[in-house]
Design a protein around this ligand. Structure first.
Ligand SMILES: Cc1ncc(COP(=O)(O)O)c(C=O)c1O
Length: 426
């Protein structure tokens, strides 16, 4: 049997419908207008990127990258262990460790690859527990290592506990979770996880890919938000989202980071991160540290847009963050709503199977501090018209709706209050 046979039979249009060809892998070009991109020759509002702090096109990142290109050239000279380590890599690692309040850090050319570094810490017989919605790279790290992987539903500490109870004595134990979930925009149950880990002598790893720079008083992610940094053993994060660059970091105790440097195949057998990419990430980290107002504006914008969409009748789920999941619940309707929004000048991401269970199709919407009030109002108008036309929201706004509770530093340690119900004037 030809292993390529399935490729010849693969027909995305038959699987996902006629719009799939235009909804995915579409080139998105730069626009001269902040907060917008060019699609099909038209400037449209970008309401779907992971550039949560609006740093991807910040001139300070570009300048840092250009300086690094002049100094080092484009590529690394080889693997980090051989001749690939440059000053900028060490500076970035030092800066990440300091920012995250950890002893040491190691970087990798992508966030995905950073998570694969974890495979070096695990092996056959070790027991790894992971949230059901953990990112694919965390799951793949466990698979690569050949460790036993068990998934648990968020908040289901009892099930997680029963899985750890079954671990054979002497097996290594790790609990791994995303900090902020990339589709639902909600936070992990870190209090439950760290309690459980303490009872079972398990290590805790949090992937702060989406929360870095955004969540927590200083932007150190979910561990900081919950006041549990001291009970999290390792943090991973990517530079490709809030930091507007690429690559990732694993941070934790110096002895663990050293071990990973020498023993993880994903770092030993790969070239160093491109120096300009590292320099841009370093510049971005400095901006995150120096300009907390970006984070505040990002959260303000998120709150305004969540509530604006909810007031129209959209369901933005359990998100507490700038990741706004707009529930649609049907593949054709989801793609059709996406097309209407784009036609009206708003770019969002349609999330359908296999990225999402059938019946839970959604639009993934997000904004940056760079969006103007004008753009945000325009987006809400476009959503109102398109959502009504597709029957996703009623023609009249709902009589009442529940406001979002954004994960702000000032609210993070308070017990969840009763959600007020807001009556809309209609
Ligand atoms: C939770 C999580 N971890 C890791 C990654 C991988 O990061 P990168 O895209 O920088 O490789 C992603 C990317 O989407 C992610 O959402």
């Amino acid at each position: 049997m030809d292993i390529f046979a399935k490729c010849r039979e693969f027909d995305p249009v038959r699987l996902y419908g006629p719009l799939v060809g235009s909804a995915y892998f579409r080139p998105v070009l730069a626009s001269t207008r902040p907060g917008e991109v060019m699609v099909n020759g038209r400037s449209v509002v970008m309401a779907g990127s992971n550039d949560y702090l609006g740093l991807a096109r910040d001139p300070r990142l570009a300048e840092a990258a250009v300086r690094a290109v002049r100094e080092y050239g484009m590529g690394g000279l080889g693997a980090r262990a051989m001749c690939g380590t440059r000053e900028v890599h060490e500076q970035l690692e030092g800066s990440c460790a300091a920012f995250l309040g950890r002893e040491a850090a190691v970087i990798a050319p992508s966030g995905f690859q950073t998570n694969l570094l974890l495979a070096g810490l695990m092996g056959k017989g070790d027991v790894v527990l992971g949230d059901r919605q953990n990112h694919a790279s965390l799951v793949d790290a466990v698979r690569l290592a050949g460790a036993d992987y068990h998934r648990f539903r968020r908040g289901d500490v009892a099930r997680a506990e029963s899985l750890l109870d079954r671990a054979v004595p002497g097996a290594g134990r790790i609990i791994i979770t995303d900090g902020l979930f990339s589709m639902e925009g909600d936070l992990c149950d870190l209090p439950g996880i760290t309690e459980l880990a303490a009872r079972h002598e398990a290590r805790v790893v949090v992937d702060c890919a989406h929360d870095l720079g955004l969540i927590g008083a200083m932007g150190r992610g979910a561990p900081e938000h919950f006041g549990l940094e001291g009970r999290v053993d390792l943090v991973t994060a990517t530079f490709s989202k809030s930091l507007g660059s690429a690559g990732g970091v694993l941070a934790g105790p110096a002895e663990v980071i050293d071990f990973v440097r020498f023993c993880s195949r994903a770092t030993v057998f790969t070239a160093a991160m491109a120096p300009p990419v590292a320099a841009a990430a370093l510049a971005a980290l400095e901006i995150v540290r120096a300009e907390p107002e970006r984070r505040e504006r990002a959260l303000d914008v998120a709150e305004r847009m969540h509530n604006g969409l909810r007031a129209l009748g959209f369901d933005t789920g359990s998100s507490v963050s700038p990741i706004i999941p707009v529930a649609v619940g049907d593949q054709d309707r989801c793609l059709s709503l996406w097309q209407r929004l784009l036609d009206a000048g708003v770019y969002v991401n349609p999330i359908v199977a296999p990225g999402r269970p059938v019946g839970q199709e959604m639009l993934r919407v997000s904004f940056t501090p760079a969006h103007t009030d004008d753009q945000l109002e325009r987006v809400l108008d476009v959503f109102a018209t398109a959502g009504r036309a597709e029957g996703v929201i009623p023609h009249a706004p709902p009589g009442s709706w529940t406001p979002v509770r954004i994960a702000r530093p000032t609210t993070c340690r308070l017990p969840a209050p009763q959600q007020p119900t807001v009556a809309t004037a209609c």
